[in-house]
Design a protein. Structure first.
Length: 287
């Protein structure tokens, strides 16, 4: 086993095209499961950012070869070798895990995740980004709110993600598959894909059950996952207290509420009652 493992680790073309995590190698049981997973078709964790994708990644990484991707161009570059190989091998289908989130809650989460240049974010990728953590902490709430509202792309990053990235990558129009918001997750097949759809809001309610049904159906009972492994949690970030204060003060104009909740995306994944509750919360009616 160790010999096979050492060979695989020496083959960079077999590594996922994302940050390689190695902590599982310290446990021989997990190492063997992960090595075995390299001979399976990969799982594509293809989701917009800030919807629990890192938790899904951490939960799956000890068992599967997976790719954690957010953008169309990254997906296409990663999937292309498998697309070509699939034709040669006659592979039946590939698996994708995707997810959704309240667009305004996601915008806040993304804003703070990228608020300042630091070890996690070495470059200022967004126009609202401060040059340092200290600068962000000392900016004051009014400046934070101004920068936040000036960032126009935050809402459509969620509401248009499936149109901009998922459908061009897979050929699947997500809104044609009858998602049930009351259930909160869905597995369906179309063409060469089997897709699991999750909602961030239900992370602790049903993600473990949904992931298990998804992987056990294909790989058998031995692939069952015992628990979720939460990761990239805001509660562990430098900005946690600042973000909580921000949430208590921020309100959204009607135009933003409509842009978030009067969309095919919102009406498809959430019930009328859930959308009304989200509107009320971010309009400032409840905090």
């Amino acid at each position: 086993m160790q010999y096979i493992f050492s060979i695989l680790m020496a083959m960079p073309e077999q590594q996922p095209q994302q940050i390689t995590r190695t902590k599982w190698t310290l446990n021989p049981v997990l190492a063997w499961r992960r090595t075995r997973g390299r001979f399976r078709d990969p799982l594509f964790v293809f989701q917009m950012g800030k919807v629990g994708s890192t938790t899904h990644e951490e939960t799956l990484e000890a068992r599967y070869r997976y790719y954690h991707l957010h953008l169309l161009e990254n997906f296409n570059a990663t999937y292309e070798p498998y697309r070509v190989g699939r034709r040669a091998k006659g592979a039946e289908y590939f698996d994708i895990i995707t997810a959704t989130r309240d667009p305004l809650a996601r915008k806040i989460s993304c804003f703070f995740q990228n608020l300042a240049v630091n070890q996690e974010n070495p470059t200022a990728e967004y126009p609202f980004c401060f040059k340092s953590v200290d600068a962000a902490l000392n900016a004051g709430m009014y400046e934070l709110v101004d920068r936040f509202h000036a960032w126009d792309d935050g809402i459509p990053q969620a509401t248009e993600w499936f149109d901009r990235h998922f459908e061009p990558a897979t050929g699947i129009r997500i809104y044609d598959h009858g998602f049930d918001p009351e259930k909160g997750w869905q597995i369906f097949r179309e063409g060469k894909w089997r897709v699991l759809v999750l909602r961030f809001e239900d992370l602790h309610k049903n993600h473990l059950d949904a992931l298990n049904q998804f992987v056990v159906e294909r790989y058998g009972e031995s692939s069952r996952i015992d628990r979720l492994r939460p990761a990239n949690l805001s509660s562990r970030k430098w900005y946690f207290d600042l973000m909580n204060e921000f949430k208590q003060k921020i309100t959204f104009p009607d135009a933003d509420l409509d842009a978030a909740y009067s969309t095919p995306y919102a009406r498809y994944f959430y019930t009328d009652e859930e959308l009304a509750s989200m509107r009320s919360k971010w309009a400032g009616d409840i905090h």
